[in-house]
Design a protein around this ligand. Structure first.
Ligand code: G6Q
Length: 547
């Protein structure tokens, strides 16, 4: 399949798209109260499940007809063939001429995926084995620092895709982590990030993982250099200490070696792993050290289970496809600007931040694979916070504001920290919020409570706010893998229909180039010639005068 195929109709000319437009006229204003009244079995019917991940999508503004048309749109957009192209290792990241094979990172040894004539699976497992043996040596205390002490602190230095996955996974799986090890994550070039991360650590017990696919990223290399200086100054300045206190995770062996890290202590990955899709590659080394190789393999098996489901389940029962289609339905037909992700699980506190990169860097695109302007809105803004905290701040706007904000609630049957009535209270809030958003509270109901007439409008909840509920048994490593893969493939589903490149990020590159130019102007010892726009020029001059 040629993704530039000009015979494929633009999105807004596909028959299913046109049918959805007219269908929207009849259903767009229909209330969830009526949808439930007309179809009492809706709450059981509009559900899907795979390997213990249960999705209730009945509180969405859809009918069976909507779903039929959305699935038809996916078919017309070539989603099935695009999924196969990704799993097969085709170079579907067109603008960077790369295969997109995060699915290979969690494929079993028995699989075979060929890129440029080479089966990539043996290499994936060789790196996993090397990571496991290293992780075990750190966890057991066998690996000794320069002064002979075991490692007690692990600091991951990386940014973007080399940070957000590791931080999220560490927080999400803290319950399974080895508690005598301390983990810190440094990403920002703001020196405060590094200073605060190491202020109470001892260099002789601290290991740095420098995580950078390219090993050229300004923030990461600046932090890595500061870490090396901090480490060496605490260890008597002996350069050989670097080998005991630094390892690299990168695709760039040459730059790793010139930084002074022994390439024996380098964990590789490949250009077919995108940054934001890399938490299950060697970039996950901090996760593996924290939770151990066995748990890490369970995490991978969860990812893989969702991969198999995405690849094989019929679209109408396919969780990532359903989530992706619903996102597109609200984004393109209801003009919803954002999606809120609301995990009712404290350990998932960084999950929304992780999803922001995954969804927005992937689908924040304005042209199709053929370089033509897209004819519909693409990636919505993703955001969120764990419940119940959010209920006491921004939920007000979701309930009674003027915008439509579809929500994904995530909850678990069992708590990892059972404590009295806490978990029942937590889950009661999930169900109550979704119910209130969907059904609201009418003026009649408010009046019946004896509310004075002038106050009635303020206390009315329109309802008709859509939400999904995702339920699983408990937050295990495998379930985390399933959840991340669920959103990865939901993003893919949307991108396939919009016919955009989900796997490049040219928008990120521009800022990097401009910052390098301005840095030289900020640091110049003599007054530099500055030729930006008048605003940027004055700001640079003002900063130079006051720094
Ligand atoms: C992710 C992006 C970006 C990238 C960082 C770090 O998909 O490409 O967030 O991960 O810029 O890049 P390095 O790993 O090369 O340092």
């Amino acid at each position: 399949m040629d993704p530039k195929d000009s015979t494929r109709l633009p999105l807004n000319q596909r028959p299913a798209w046109k049918a959805l437009q007219s269908h929207f006229q009849s259903i767009g204003t229909k209330h969830l109260r009526d949808l439930f009244a007309e179809d009492p079995a809706r709450g059981q019917r509009f559900t899907a499940e795979t390997d213990g991940i249960f999705l209730d999508y009945s509180k969405n503004r859809v009918t069976s007809e909507t779903l039929r048309l959305l699935v038809a749109l996916a078919e017309e957009s070539g989603l099935r063939a695009k999924i196969e192209a990704m799993f097969r290792g085709d170079k579907i990241n067109l603008t960077e001429n790369r295969a997109v094979l995060h699915v290979a990172l969690r494929a079993p040894k028995s699989e075979r995926i060929v890129v440029d004539g080479e089966d990539v699976i043996p290499g994936v497992h060789a790196v996993l084995d090397k990571m496991a043996s290293f992780a075990n040596r750190i966890r057991s205390g066998e690996w000794k620092g320069h002064t002979g002490k075991p490692i007690r602190n692990v600091v991951n230095i990386g940014i973007g895709g080399s940070d957000l996955g590791p931080v999220m996974a560490y927080e999400a799986l803290k319950h399974y982590s080895q508690r005598n090890l301390t983990f810190r994550f440094v990403s920002n070039v703001d020196g405060t990030d590094f200073a605060e991360a190491v202020r109470d650590l001892s260099p002789d017990e601290t290991l740095f993982l420098v995580a950078s696919k390219t090993f050229t990223t300004q923030e990461t290399m600046t932090n890595a250099n500061s870490a090396r200086a901090w480490s060496l100054s605490g260890l008597g300045g002996d350069q050989s200490a670097v080998a005991k206190h630094f390892v690299a995770i990168s695709t760039n062996a040459k730059l790793v070696a010139s930084f002074g890290i022994d390439t024996e202590n380098m964990f590789g990955f490949w250009d077919w792993v995108g940054g934001r899709y890399s938490m299950d590659s060697a970039i996950g080394l901090s996760t593996m050290i924290a939770i151990g190789p066995e748990n890490f393999r369970d995490l991978l098996s969860g990812f893989h289970a969702m991969d198999v489901h995405f690849r094989t389940a019929p679209f109408e029962k396919n969780l990532p496809v359903l989530l992706g289609l619903l996102t597109l339905w609200y984004t393109d037909f209801f003009d919803a600007q954002t999606i809120a992700v609301l995990p009712y699980e404290q350990y998932l506190k960084r999950f929304p931040a992780y999803l922001q990169q995954l969804t927005m860097e992937s689908n924040g695109k304005h042209v199709t694979l053929a370089g033509k302007p897209v004819t519909a809105q693409t990636g919505p803004v993703f955001w969120g916070e764990p419940g119940t905290n959010g209920q006491h701040s921004f939920y007000q706007l979701i309930h009674q504001g003027t915008r439509l904000i579809p929500c994904d609630f995530i909850g678990f049957s069992k708590s990892l920290n059972p404590l009295g009535r806490h978990h029942d209270m937590l889950m009661a809030n999930v169900f109550a919020q979704a119910e209130a958003l969907a059904f609201g509270k009418s003026a009649e109901q408010v009046r019946a409570e004896g509310t004075p007439e002038w106050l009635v409008p303020h206390r009315v909840f329109e309802g008709n706010r859509p939400s999904n509920i995702l339920l699983a048994d408990a937050l295990t490593p495998a379930v985390l893998g399933q959840l991340v893969a669920l959103y990865e493939h939901s993003v893919f589903t949307q991108g396939a229909i919009w016919n955009i490149d989900c796997f490049d990020q040219w928008g990120v590159e521009l800022g990097k180039v401009l910052a390098t130019k301005i840095l030289a102007e900020l640091e110049s010892p003599t007054e530099p010639a500055i030729s930006h726009d008048s605003s940027t020029t004055s700001l640079i001059r003002r900063y130079r005068a006051s720094k």
